[in-house]
Design a protein. Structure first.
Length: 140
């Protein structure tokens, strides 16, 4: 894996602007949805098995997170909490680079071994999160 810092090439996708826009629009959509009192999403897996799925507690985690109740958010779904923290960090970086037009950080994964390591890490994190949720399923 290699990190580089460089300016955008002509015609290159501005990933920072794209993902910043996507996350801000998603947050706005979710805020409007919940403010209007529209129904919360229901988990089909939970309805069928009465057990939590990998993302159970995601909505409640997000609500607690954006109300500043970080410990409660972490308890609802640790993986989603970590993703929200990462998105906030990325959004701060993306906003700064888009406004200041500074060079962009790029991560290059060249080897198959590194790609496999990243995949196994994500799958392991999801599996550990699901184990946590299964151990605390009565909260759902």
């Amino acid at each position: 894996m290699q990190l580089s810092v460089r300016r955008l090439a002509t015609g290159e996708l501005d990933h920072e602007l794209i993902w910043l826009s996507a996350s801000v629009l998603s947050l706005g959509f979710a805020a409007v949805w919940l403010t209007l009192g529209l129904p919360w999403p229901h988990c089909v897996f939970h309805s069928l098995t009465n057990l939590p799925c990998v993302t159970c507690g995601m909505t409640r985690c997000g609500i607690q997170f954006f109300h500043g109740h970080f410990l409660a958010a972490l308890q609802w779904n640790p993986f989603v909490f970590a993703v929200l923290c990462a998105v906030i960090g990325f959004d701060a970086y993306a906003l700064a680079t888009v406004i200041a037009r500074t060079p962009r950080l790029r991560i290059h994964v060249f080897t198959q071994r590194a790609k496999t390591f990243l995949r196994v890490s994500v799958i392991s994190a999801l599996a550990l999160n699901w184990i946590y949720l299964l151990l605390h399923w009565r909260n759902f």
